[in-house]
Ligand binder design. Structure first.
Ligand code: SF4
Length: 120
């Protein structure tokens, strides 16, 4: 079985061809090792980082940007985003504060991507 993917690891966006034959996976079209790893992972168990914003209560800004500590299974990405859209955290928040620990049982934490002061 052969499938085509676009590598999203860097802006070069290489076109990858992943072939699976007798349980062996080969990747071609990649310009570097990171692309080979991405192609293999994307074929076997695709994952995505979470980057979004969460509502902030009593802050000098209305939302706080957040990022996951690692990637989550792609099929859980939208459920994680839905969960985060329903959250509201209290200011102040510091860079790398844990906003959600082990989001939806993925073992991945969601962290603040910046500081946010409390409004006076
Ligand atoms: S294969 Fe390497 S060079 Fe090509 S997009 Fe992926 S990371 Fe970038």
């Amino acid at each position: 079985m052969t499938k085509e993917y676009t590598c999203i690891v860097c802006p070069q966006s290489c076109s990858l061809t992943v072939t699976e034959e007798k349980g062996e996976i080969t990747v071609s079209g990649n310009k570097c090792k990171r692309g080979a790893e991405y192609g293999r992972n994307e074929h076997v168990a695709p994952k995505r980082m979470i980057t979004t914003t969460v509502a902030l209560k009593n802050g000098t800004i209305r939302t706080i940007p957040v990022i996951s500590s690692d990637s989550v299974p792609k099929e859980k990405l939208f459920a994680c985003l839905e969960y985060l859209y329903g959250l509201e955290v209290e200011a102040p928040v510091a860079l790398h504060d844990v906003i959600v620990d082990d989001i939806l049982g993925t073992g991945v934490s969601v962290l603040a991507a910046r500081d946010a002061e409390r409004a006076e």
